[in-house]
Write a protein that binds this ligand. Structure first.
Ligand SMILES: Nc1ncnc2c1ncn2[C@@H]1O[C@H](COP(=O)(O)OP(=O)(O)OP(=O)(O)O)[C@@H](O)[C@H]1O
Length: 659
């Protein structure tokens, strides 16, 4: 894939993307988490890149949102979707949904939505989602007791890139390897030429080492899984709590994670724990055993009546023998018992196996002595034996777990990706549910929008208080109506439904048909009369639309305030004529509908939002515009109300002026 062909992707970003494992997949699926793994790319930037890639793939190059107000409505809708996400991933991923006239893209999102709106999740699943984050690659794994060695500069470069966790050393020959072996516990020579060399120390020749990184650095998968343990556990929980199909055996992955400590070492192995404790407690255990023997012996001596015949005593004294020979002669059994006790104490407290116990027994010799003394040499041997067995076991466990986890890596990534994508789906599902949405009929080419029971999610009233609106547009129309009757809100509703439909998303209505438009021009109400310059640029803007607006949906709110009413009506009539001629679809909200209709050279349709009457001085409005009907205005209704209440000629005369 030519990354630089993606809109918004320059040389630097293209190089960063190329560093990813599978950038094509990430771009195609809008996987902002994977894209943001590329150096220097944030999740926000990743969303923009993914959007560019989707545009390119579907030929969706034109900007659908042609005006500021259209862009604002899109952003408000996007926020409503984003508010319903739990993860930052889903928030950013939703930014890859945009309105477009490209049918294939709309179809693609509609397929996604069909599955998404079936999704359900309870509070517990949403809570589990909180802890799901894109997986992180720990960058600080350094292994200092092992190194790679080569004689070749190119191989050196290759090795530093393939295995950055280890130092790579350049040597001249086998002697260089021997020197390295003095500084590192293990040296791995990666050149074929070293095959068969015999060097002192742990020097291994492995020309294919760079292709087997897990064997060389089991710390890599261990560090990866240790760093991501909580995220993976959360993703496992999400799968268990929802109907997501897991990509792997969840129990097996969980068990493997349980065997891993946060620092990347293996946990939960009883034998390794036994050996580690034995090494740590050895000195203390020997001291205790020694005391046991001495206490025992002291007690025996104290309780013993030793009778020595005079001749024997004489011979002992003459030989210069010490009390030890007396001990050996008279208390041999007691001594043996005391030493036995000490040995059993040592073996028992350190929980030694039979081989280790044989060495441990030598800690206390059979020759009687008082006090009983330990044999330092035997203790050293026992310590060495325990340490070697412990380290060997730790290495083996590490390797086994590393290779098991390395095999699980792709599944683990898929697991987290699925959980994060679920959050995107759930946000769409909840949006659809909260606003009672339906999938619109999309794709006709008659320039029509028909909304049945539409409820604008952008209104300033709670959704349950929104009056449903029916409105159908096609061709060019004026929308008249009472003050605060809901004209602007109707334009907002048409814009929102059109934008959502062009995003491929469900719309807040009982039913809707939205034809395909090239773009949406929505002009918000102009605030106050414009000065000459601003007036000129507004007219110019509409001139562009009037000539090139075929296929556009044009929504304009009260353009009349750009200049004085008489001139405004003429200008609006002229714009409508041009739009009508080139086949655009347009709705212009105006209080001058009557004047514009009279000025226009074609039969412009006028729809109206009308008050059904006044109840307690409050307007009762039918929010759905009535077709081909110039709505009565608010002042007229007030006069009508006064005329009804007071039977005076003044009010009747005023009322007649409106007829
Ligand atoms: N469908 C609806 N359901 C409930 N309330 C609505 C609806 N439409 C509009 N409203 C309420 O009426 C208020 C006025 O609506 P809006 O601004 O759209 O009227 P307008 O006809 O454009 O007013 P103006 O003539 O002043 O420009 C809104 O702020 C909202 O509170």
């Amino acid at each position: 894939m030519e990354f630089e062909a993606i809109p918004g992707v320059g040389k630097k970003t293209a190089t960063a993307l190329a560093e990813l494992d599978d950038p094509e997949r990430a771009l195609e699926t809008g996987d902002v988490a994977a894209l943001s793994q590329a150096p220097g790319i944030t999740q926000g930037r990743a969303a923009r890149i993914a959007r560019g890639a989707i545009r390119q793939e579907h030929g969706a190059n034109g900007e659908f949102l042609a005006t500021n107000r259209a862009g604002e409505i899109y952003r408000e809708l996007l926020s409503l979707l984003q508010e319903r996400t739990v993860t930052t991933y889903a928030e950013r991923r939703l930014e890859t949904f945009f309105p477009t006239s490209a049918e294939s893209r709309v179809k693609e999102v509609r397929t996604f939505v069909e599955a998404a709106i079936e999704r359900e999740a309870d509070a517990e699943a949403l809570d589990a989602l909180e802890a799901v984050k894109p997986l992180d690659e720990p960058s600080d794994v350094r292994v200092r007791d092992r190194c790679l060695a080569t004689t070749d500069a190119e191989r050196y470069q290759e090795a530093t890139e393939a295995i950055p966790e280890l130092s790579v050393e350049v040597v001249e020959d086998a002697r260089g390897l021997a020197e390295l072996a003095r500084g590192y516990s293990t040296v791995i020579a990666i050149d074929e030429a070293f095959a068969g060399v015999d060097v002192e120390g742990d020097v291994r020749v492995n020309p294919s080492a760079l292709d087997e990184p897990v064997d060389i650095v089991p710390e890599r998968p261990l560090a990866f899984f240790a760093a991501n343990r909580d995220r993976l556990r959360a993703a496992i929980r999400v799968h268990r709590l929802t109907d997501l199909e897991p990509p792997c055996d969840l129990d097996a992955l969980e068990t493997a994670l349980d065997r891993l400590d946060t620092d990347g070492t293996v946990a939960g192995d009883d034998e390794l724990d036994r050996l580690s404790t034995a090494v740590d407690d050895l000195d203390a255990a020997v001291s205790t055993a020694e005391s046991v023997a001495n206490d025992h012996l002291r007690q025996s001596i104290r309780e013993q009546d030793v009778t020595v015949e005079g001749a024997d005593l004489l011979s002992l004294v003459e030989q210069g023998a010490g009390v030890d020979s007396l001990l050996s002669r008279e208390l041999a059994d007691e001594y043996a018992e005391a030493v036995d006790d000490a040995r059993e104490e040592l073996i028992g407290s350190l929980d030694l196996d039979s081989g280790e116990a044989d060495i441990a027994r030598r800690t206390f010799g059979d020759d009687p002595h008082f006090p009983v003394e330990r044999n330092e040499e035997a203790i050293s041997r026992l310590r060495e034996e325990l340490k070697t067995t412990r380290d060997r076991r730790a290495t083996r466990l590490k390797r086994d777990l590393a290779s098991e986890l390395a095999d699980e890596r792709a599944d683990a990534e898929a697991l987290v990706r699925a959980a994060l994508e679920l959050d995107v789906e759930l946000a769409v599902a909840r949006f659809a549910d909260d606003f009672d949405c339906t999938m619109p009929d999309f794709g006709g080419d008659e320039g029509r929008v028909a909304i049945d029971g539409g409820r604008s999610p952008l209104l300033d009233v709670p959704i349950e208080d929104v009056d449903p609106v029916d409105y159908e547009i096609g061709g060019v129309a004026l929308l008249s109506g009472v003050n605060s009757g809901g004209k602007t809100s109707t334009l907002d509703l048409v814009a929102a439904v059109t934008i959502l439909a062009h995003m491929g998303l469900p719309v807040p209505a009982d039913a809707a048909r939205v034809d395909r438009f090239e773009d949406l021009h929505y002009h918000a109400k102009t605030q106050g009369t414009l000065d000459a310059g601003a007036f000129e640029s507004t007219v110019r803007e509409f001139a562009g639309l009037a000539t090139g607006g075929a296929g556009s949906l044009v929504l304009v709110d009260e353009l009349e305030s750009i200049t004085e009413p008489g001139a405004s009506a003429k200008i609006i009539a002229g714009i409508l004529e041009a739009l009508d001629e080139n086949g655009a679809t347009a709705v212009f909200v105006s209080h001058l509908a009557g004047e514009i209709r009279e000025t226009a050279t074609f039969d412009v349709a006028v729809d109206g939002i009308e008050a059904e009457g006044l109840v307690d001085g409050e307007l009762q409005v039918n929010r759905s515009p009535v077709k081909d009907h110039l709505a009565r205005s608010t002042p007229e209704l007030i006069v009508e109300k006064l005329a009804g209440e007071h039977d005076t000629e003044f009010y009747t005369a005023l009322l007649e002026k409106f007829e």
